[in-house]
Design a protein around this ligand. Sequence first.
Ligand code: GLN
Length: 499
Amino acid sequence: MALENDPIERSAADIARDVNAGTISASEVVEGTLAHVDAVDARVGAYLTILHDAARERAANVDARVRSGERLPLAGVPLAVKDNMCLTATRTTCGSRILEHWIAPYTATAVARMLEAGCVPIGKTNLDEFAMGSSCENSALGITRNPYDLSRVPGGSSGGSAAAVAAREAAIGLGSDTGGSIREPGAFCNLIGFKPTYGRISRYGLIAFASSLDQIGPLTRTVEDAALAYDAMAGHDPMDATSIDRPVEPAAASLRRDLHGLRIGLVREFDTEKLGPDVDKAYDRAYAELKALGADLVEVSLPTADYGLATYYLIAPAECSSNLSRFDGVRYGLRVDADDVQAMYERTRAAGFGSEVKRRILIGTHALSSGYYDAYYVRAQKARTLIARDFETAFASCDLIACPAASSPAFAFNAKSDPYSMYMMDYYTIPMSLAGLPALSVPCGWVTPAGGVEPMPLGLQLCAPLFAEPLLLGAAHAYERATMHAVKHLPLVVSGARA
Ligand code: GLN
């Protein structure tokens, strides 16, 4: 069980309450967190950069603000930031050799809003290179381990932020989700992984992978913390032309106790039997728990969702090939000199990008090239529209959709030897990304995978119509409070550190 009185166990909501009340200072919270990070991160590998000095300075600043009478919604909350988000004067690597020594000249809007709300940045976290992957194994700069079983991956691409929050090395982690990169690591690490509606949180200062899909969101140990983070970050930003100019309904005020009056759709085409008997049973139990909380379970159909993976793996690489063309040895990061400029580009990009990134650039460039553009890119865009329409139809007969968050629990390192089996991890999350919908993963049970010794967490994905974040978080809160699946096991790396 979670040890409620241990400072590193506290939720962001509790930390902010105590710091605002003056019963603990932000500096004390941050010293405790840094000491814990220094004790465990060599084993977990969540952080690429630990910001000891910046964290202490920020914490002192939060304490001064609180002393002067300000009340901050996230006062003194230790924050882990995925290393594809800019933070002024800090190394921002994207997990890539090409940006290994690049220092960000400005701060991403989402990060700035979290700092303004009182958060203290503890460090920048590992990720699959340029957010391409589902395990963090594609990082060029380090290995991140799952705090619940160090022989397993934390998920990806936001695996460093997930591992940091699971290992109590931060209370909130920021991730980015293009096709599942917050929800899948959230599921693997026993966390809430929440991707809001596309455009709801500014992408300014998030280094682009696939601009029509990328969305920032929080990884937290409680739904309430996810709601607080969302309330701090959501809203229009004139610096991001795709950010949506529409008032934000606060989510932290909408947390529910039950699911009475809600129709929850189960997707006919999402057959969980193929996930194995234990996992299948766990999801059946999760759906029964939703019903026991008062929800009406209804069957819905997403007939084109099965095309999601193929659609995504044309659109995302196409956008990636365009976005990553800026890393040319001239403007940012690594440069490998040569006799002429063409050779310099080639050498820089050959040395700077890893194999998954190169694969995506090649696929994307091919899909966009003349003669193939209509056959691949345009058809994928049409399929994307059909998938979004399927969701619209489904939401005519339900308020939320429930399904798995990932195709398996966290797997062992090197278990996915071909790209396709790795891509399959996001089978259940990609359709929502293509449709721009808000979705989250909430802990829903434990299984011990074949060949494993530790029980590993499973995530239930809940998905809502566009802009229905308060409803989504409200329902997830009712489920979390009633079931308390998350607190059944503590990561060994945390209990071991105390022993
Ligand atoms: N795993 C998917 C990919 O590799 C999704 C990544 C993401 O959401 N950033 O593209």
